[in-house]
Design a protein around this ligand. Structure first.
Ligand code: GLC
Length: 671
């Protein structure tokens, strides 16, 4: 039985709470005590919390159906039908609340304790797993199911304050502000138990199916789980989809961590670390020591009854490109593991420290660079075929920034580490300045570029990279909303790739490469360009597609990357977890909720495809694998994070206060 459903956490060294959820008994009002519950402060709190949540749900659905707009909520300029519905809702609550059946009287205490205590009540919940919430698992089996909600101790990470958002009422600018401070401190966790987190999560039947599918993809090496296979699709030619990809394993790993199953993640980190130390050669050329594999596979020898690992560092990959992202993801995952488990011993191991140093040595080495960004070959990340994503692609720069920030908290400050930490700090400052200044595009910035003079020489040049305004693509003028902005795809000499890339922008938010204003602007853009970026299946890997002559030149006539397909404007369900995490960090979870609802309409029915084709993602991808593991895991992570946003801490970093004061902001960041 999946661990999430049996809910018994056997690990004793962590704080654990187990909660049984039942939608039929979340209120805490009893027939035995018709009105007294109103008299108790605790019950009153429970009542108002649920009422508040009902209002929020009403408000969200009204926004979604365009009955009201977010700005209406801020200005209080609400239409009569919304107010009328609200009034009806209030009356309904007053009439029905006192007679709401309570099946177990213990529950009423538990649900109130969830709100009142500073940390989530561990009493009854931990011991007998019978405290309640709004989670209806009855659909998933006969017996009541338990959801394993591990609350793990935060571990202190040097100067960085990392936390996850909690809901607060609408603020003046029409968005919810989130308090990113201290949410991981167990003593303050109950501040998280706003009505929404108590009453909002309805498990979709897909959730159970997804867990089942994910477990089937687990790969074992000498009896130990070490990763998940890329796709479990037997209908097609396998190519390398029968391997464990480093980047593909990230959402799987996060799902396991969120479910309190860190073992597979630890094994994966250690196994890939061993692979890193292999000698890697392409023809006669030896790759850098720090390169991490793109993927690996377990080979079984039935005759000798042995198992060995086989890795691909780019020497077998289509296009023969080394995966620059693998090393970054490895560091990011090491931090996620450490953050989630509180187990610092893995990261402190000399081998892990060396592994990190080797990865960083590859990207911090001095050369002919004039920019702090990292120069890359095409196809070195998730978009692993020729797509014009070379030079200084946002996908890699954002991961680079995030990996540096994670390394900063993981590298030991011993003799070797000290100097490295200094180099990381310097690079972070230069990189964030460069990215925030030159990759950022909003209406004002676009207008400035449109009016650029060219051929400027010397330090006083405004158009530093000599971008020719005629090279601005037509589509970008329509695409750019009045409010909103994003980090463009690439910036180099006389080159600006204006395409939107989802992963890069989400990672920019999660790593705090984007300032809070920029993060908000990215969310504004996603909302304004919903049809284009989310459409019928979240989320477009990049936008727009390259067509006709450009497609021929840029992709080399790649038949897999035709317009609106695969990497060329295809829609990738895996990106849902990144979008969700970014939305939560910015305090806009309703955007993620909406995207998840879109995905839920089709994803399982279609057999969890790898990607979708078409302008709005209506078609299962031409060559998409079915039962693609990261489509499954991406959905799971998105759901779990939305249900318990404190998981965000594994994968998000708060803005470094030091950096904030050093980096000056461009005037176009404020609206
Ligand atoms: C494709 C994707 C790549 C992914 C691999 C395995 O090659 O482009 O990003 O890692 O499949 O799923």
């Amino acid at each position: 039985m999946p661990k999430w459903s049996n809910g018994r956490n056997k690990q004793e060294d962590r704080e654990t709470e187990e909660v049984t959820f039942s939608s039929s008994k979340f209120m805490g009002f009893s027939m035995d005590h018709p009105y007294p519950s109103f008299l108790s402060l605790k019950s009153l709190a429970a009542f108002y919390s649920c009422l508040w949540n009902a209002f929020e749900m009403l408000e969200t659905s009204c926004i979604q159906t365009n009955v009201i707009s977010p700005s209406d909520v801020v200005t209080g300029d609400l239409p009569a039908n919304f107010l009328w519905n609200s009034l009806c809702l209030l009356s309904l609550f007053i009439i029905t609340a006192p007679i709401k059946p309570v099946v177990d009287s213990k529950m009423s205490t538990a649900s109130v304790d969830l709100m009142q205590n500073d940390s989530v009540n561990n009493g009854d919940c931990v011991n007998n797993g019978e405290c309640d919430n709004d989670y209806d698992f009855s659909k998933l089996g006969d017996k009541p199911k338990h959801l394993n909600m591990e609350r793990q101790r935060s571990f202190d990470e040097r100067s960085l304050v990392e936390a996850s958002p909690r809901h607060t009422p609408w603020a003046e600018n029409g968005q919810r502000h989130i308090d990113l401070d201290s949410i991981f401190s167990p003593s303050r966790r109950s501040s998280f138990n706003t009505p929404r987190s108590i009453c909002s999560f309805e498990p979709h039947p897909m959730f159970a199916e997804a867990w089942e599918s994910l477990r089937k993809t687990m790969v074992y090496f000498r009896g130990q789980p070490v990763g998940t296979i890329a796709a479990l699709d037997n209908s097609d030619e396998k190519l390398n989809y029968d391997q464990v990809f480093v980047r593909d394993f990230i959402p799987s790993a996060l799902a396991f961590l969120m479910n309190g199953e860190p073992e597979i993640v630890k094994n994966f980190l250690l196994k890939t670390l061993r692979l890193q130390s292999w000698e890697k050669k392409i023809d006669r050329f030896q790759l850098g020591e720090g390169v991490m594999p793109a993927s690996f596979k377990v080979l079984h020898d039935p005759v000798r009854n042995t198992e060995t690992l086989m890795a691909d560092f780019g020497e077998s990959a289509i296009g023969r490109v080394a995966p620059v992202d693998s090393g970054f993801w490895w560091i990011i995952l090491l931090r996620a593991y450490t953050k989630s488990t509180g187990d610092t011993s893995l990261a402190e191991m000399p081998d892990c420290q060396k592994g990190m140093r080797l990865i960083l040595a590859l990207c911090l080495s001095e050369g002919f660079d004039t920019f702090p960004t990292l120069l890359c070959a095409d196809g070195c990340s998730m978009i692993d075929r020729r797509m014009g994503v070379y030079g200084y692609p946002i996908e890699i720069q954002a991961l680079f920034f995030m990996a540096l920030r994670c390394a900063l908290v993981l590298i030991k400050q011993d003799a070797q580490g000290k100097e490295l930490v200094e180099r990381i700090v310097k690079r972070l400052h230069a990189l964030s300045f460069h990215m925030r200044s030159y990759f950022w595009l909003d209406l004002k910035q676009l207008n400035d570029i449109y009016r650029y003079k060219t051929e400027e020489y010397s330090h006083t040049a405004v158009n530093k990279f000599n971008v020719i305004p005629d090279s601005l693509p037509e589509w970008v003028f329509d695409f750019m909303p009045t409010y909103g902005g994003y980090f463009i795809g690439n910036v180099g000499p006389s080159n600006m790739d204006f395409r939107w890339f989802c992963l890069g922008n989400c990672i920019a938010i999660l790593s705090s490469l984007a300032t809070p204003e920029q993060s908000t602007a990215i969310m504004d853009l996603i909302e304004s360009r919903w049809e284009e970026l989310v459409g019928d299946m979240p989320v477009k890997v990049c936008y727009p597609a390259i067509e006709s002559h450009d497609w021929k030149i840029i992709t080399g006539c790649d038949p897999k990357n035709t317009r609106w397909s695969y990497h060329n404007g295809g829609s990738w369900p895996v990106l849902l977890w990144l979008l969700t995490a970014a939305c939560i960090k910015v305090g806009r979870p309703q955007i993620a909720r909406r995207a998840i609802e879109v995905a839920e309409l089709r994803l399982a029915k279609d057999g969890w495809p790898e990607y979708y084709d078409g302008k709005s993602g209506r078609y299962i991808g031409k060559q998409a694998r079915k039962h693609q593991t990261w489509s499954v895991a991406g959905y799971l992570v998105a759901k779990m994070m939305l249900e318990d946003p404190s998981h965000l801490g594994m994968i998000a970093l708060e803005e470094d206060k030091q950096m904030k004061s050093i980096v000056k902001r461009s005037s176009s960041w404020t609206f």
